[in-house]
Design a protein around this ligand. Structure first.
Ligand code: MOS
Length: 747
């Protein structure tokens, strides 16, 4: 019996760890960026352009400057020179090719609500009041914000994703006896987490700055600030311990952050800038509008012959944003002939940014809808169709998976949702007036592991402190770290303290791409393994407890680690407390710092998910009511069952929003969004959310990392929207290829 393993297994199953920062979050003691107490604080507010393209001809800032409490109005006419802006280097480390927007750099306007002035005043009320007084005159030019109207400008990206993908024969679907060819549309979706974009910037002299900001990576924000302001990295402190949601909007440094740092420098006082909700719709990225064409052909008995998948998405007029929209088609099914293309269209809008399940979520809507369409033509059950085309090895890279348990997901999920009650023929199941439908959609995302350093400090009373700069936008990073350390060290979770979210701590990864459990969890695992080795060595050296008990060459696996000390497995009466051990060795604490990273593996590493939906549609009103969602994930070992399940539930809720509600509507006459608030931009509320069941295969991946985990932040969402669209088809016989599926489309 493996005592350590069983200790943790029992805890996990019967008494899963609660979110360790849960109490702080719900009682308001968790401090978010804008809540840090800083004395002599002044307030900034950004004024946005009222045109979507052109040049600022003149600006009137006089009355704003004269308003009560106003300390400065910064525009392109008087902005301090940002050293990084002059070199033409990227000052904000973008994920894109092109020139990031240089705030207040010149008079060019690229999009509606682009910041044209930063007003700074002594109180928040006064800065809002003064901001209304800033006026600008423009030389207006014709803007373009309509993707469909600009498709003729579609081009291959010049940076990432510039190459088309092909295996086998091009457009082989044409020769297939059974085929479909369809187009799918995905509107702009915005992240809009509860916490607004916020920053407090505080300079010490002209060489040192501290910022509290909403970011998913304090290190990368520090890099952006270093490049923009040409400071030494050690003179820049970035803090972001708690984040009120982000979904990807915190994956780059935005111009508003640079503006706040610039403003604080100019005024010589700490400055706070919080975006207004409206500005969250225009200035901090979004999931791009995307048109996808899929052609797919199969044999009469349902073996795929060819898939061609083309996506065209918008980017901004100054940068090329790209994402992995078509990539999922390259590896999901065992299809000999696959071709994908990715095109972008520059528009007068802010640059998009990754949003949960970036690319894959959009791509899976098209791919998994198309799979359902072809299954329908073939008169094959959609699960059966997928099983007939199951990719036993990665067909894109022609190598084995590190692990893949999608078949278990099909089986577990189908049973839970009651798939056997589904009818192959749409519009045949009814309950009273309501049409009942079942649908499914597959998700996948790369299982990545990056680099992290952890500093561990074990106290003589068994308390363990772990430090890493990684932060948490919500999924529960600290809880995961506590779970890993608790298992590794045999410590009860209350003995473990996590410090994170600051560049003052050892470097960790950004929180993005579902990497953190794999990256940081592994680093915690590794640092604990080394701690245990040191403890084993200390406890068995000459004169110590285990040496006296004649245990020789003691290794960590020969020991039982518990909350106050360590015992020999073979003679468990022989135990030494950490207190005694440290005293005997004249140690106050045991401290070590360790860097961990993954190794190149000859495997393709992906997480997989299956989402099942049962819903009802009212034929007279087109109203959709979701009865049940079952999300089933193959994410390797589940480290923290409760936060993992919450993550999956959140993804399903996001998918319901994507399928049924979310849609940023732009008035192309003015190039500006109409529904730029959370009353008109619809997201699901409690009444929209049914019972969501989360199932985990929970099988260790032998290759991803020592715990055998794979990420699940993205696969929680990828595949949900097509499951809903497919269920709507099964209920009504209507195939909706334009998201969101609003009642009018079903009438
Ligand atoms: Mo995620 S889009 O990697 O925050």
């Amino acid at each position: 019996m493996n005592i350590e393993k069983d200790f943790f297994f029992d805890k996990k199953q019967n008494n899963p760890l609660n979110r360790v920062d849960g109490r702080a979050k719900v009682t308001g003691t968790a401090t978010y960026a804008a809540e840090h107490q800083v004395s002599n604080l002044v307030y900034g507010f950004l004024v946005g352009s009222t045109i979507a393209k052109g040049r600022i001809k003149s600006m009137d800032t006089k009355s704003a400057e004269r308003a009560d409490g106003v300390l400065a109005v910064i525009t392109h006419l008087n902005a301090p020179k940002i050293p990084g802006y002059q070199t033409g280097k990227d000052p904000s480390k973008p994920p894109t090719a092109g020139q990031p927007l240089r705030i207040f750099y010149d008079n060019q306007i690229y999009y509606y609500d682009q910041p044209i002035a930063l007003v700074i005043a002594d109180t928040y009320e006064r800065v809002l009041d003064a901001a209304k007084l800033v006026k600008a005159q423009y030389d207006k030019e014709a803007h373009q914000t309509d993707l469909e109207a600009n498709l003729s400008k579609a081009k291959a990206p010049s940076g990432p994703r510039k190459e088309d993908y092909k295996r086998g024969e091009l457009d082989a679907y044409k020769k297939a006896p059974v085929k479909i060819k369809q187009e799918y549309y995905h509107p702009v979706e915005v992240h809009n987490p509860m916490e607004l974009g916020s920053i407090i910037a505080q300079w010490e002299g002209s060489e040192k700055v501290t910022v509290y900001t909403k970011t998913q990576g304090v290190e990368s924000t520090r890099n952006s600030i270093k490049d923009a302001f040409k400071l030494k990295p050690e003179n820049i402190t970035v803090q972001a311990e708690h984040i009120g949601g982000a979904f990807g909007m915190g994956l780059r440094t935005w111009p508003y952050e640079i503006a706040a740092i610039m403003g604080a420098q100019k005024i010589g006082k700490p400055l706070k800038l919080v975006l207004h909700r409206e500005q969250m719709f225009t200035n901090v990225g979004y999931r791009p509008e995307t048109i996808q064409k899929i052609s797919m052909g199969a044999t009469a008995d349902g073996k795929l012959i060819g898939i061609t998948h083309e996506a065209t998405a918008n980017t901004s007029a100054y940068e090329e944003f790209t994402e992995a929209t078509v990539n999922i088609t390259q590896f999901m099914y065992a299809c000999p002939n696959v071709a994908t293309r990715y095109r972008i269209v520059p528009l007068n809008v802010c640059t998009p940014i990754w949003m949960r399940g970036p690319g894959e979520a959009t791509g899976a809507f098209a791919l998994e809808s198309a799979m359902d369409e072809l299954a329908h033509v073939l008169k094959i059950d959609p699960i059966e169709f997928r099983l007939r085309n199951h990719a036993d090895v990665d067909p894109e890279h022609n190598r084995p998976w590190s692990s893949k348990h999608l078949k278990e997901c099909y089986q577990m999920g189908a049973e839970k949702i009651g798939w056997k009650d589904r009818k192959l023929e749409p519009r045949t199941l009814k309950e009273g007036d309501w049409l009942i439908g079942y649908g499914m959609g597959t998700g996948s995302f790369g299982a990545m592991r990056w680099v992290a350093t952890i500093k561990a400090n074990l106290q003589s009373d068994g308390r363990l402190l772990l430090q890493c700069s990684v932060n948490d936008m919500g999924p529960g990073t600290a809880t995961m770290m506590t779970a890993v350390a608790s298992e590794a060290m045999g410590l009860t979770p209350d003995k473990i303290t996590i410090q994170m979210g600051s560049t003052k701590l050892p470097p960790g990864p950004m929180q993005g791409g579902s990497n953190v459990t794999s990256t940081v969890g592994s680093a915690v695992h590794d640092v604990c393994a080394e701690l245990k080795q040191q403890i084993a060595a200390l406890a068995s050296k000459e004169g110590s407890a285990f040496h006296k008990a004649k245990a020789v060459n003691v290794k960590p696996e020969d020991l039982i680690f518990s909350s106050d000390g360590v015992a020999l497995k073979k003679k468990d009466s022989v135990k030494i407390t950490y207190n005694e051990l440290f005293r005997q060795n004249n140690l106050k604490t045991l401290e070590l710092t360790k860097e961990s990273k993954g190794q190149e593996q000859p495997y393709s590493m992906y997480s997989f998910s299956m989402h099942f939906v049962k819903l009802r549609v009212h034929p007279a009103t087109g109203r959709i009511k979701i009865d049940h969602v079952v999300s089933c994930a193959d994410a390797g070992t589940i480290i923290s069952p409760k936060t993992a399940a919450s993550q999956m539930i959140g993804g399903a809720v996001g998918g319901i929003g994507m399928a049924l509600m979310e849609d940023l509507v732009v008035d192309h006459r003015f190039g500006r969004p109409i529904n730029n608030n959370l009353a008109d931009y619809h997201v699901p509320v409690n009444a929209d959310i049914p019972n969501i069941d989360v199932l985990f295969v929970n099988k260790k991946d032998p290759f991803t990392n020592p715990m055998g985990s794979k990420g699940l932040g993205e696969i929680a969402l990828v595949g949900v929207a097509p499951a809903i669209a497919n269920a709507v088809f099964n209920a009504t016989g209507k195939r909706i290829r334009t998201l969101p599926i609003t009642p009018d489309k079903l009438m």
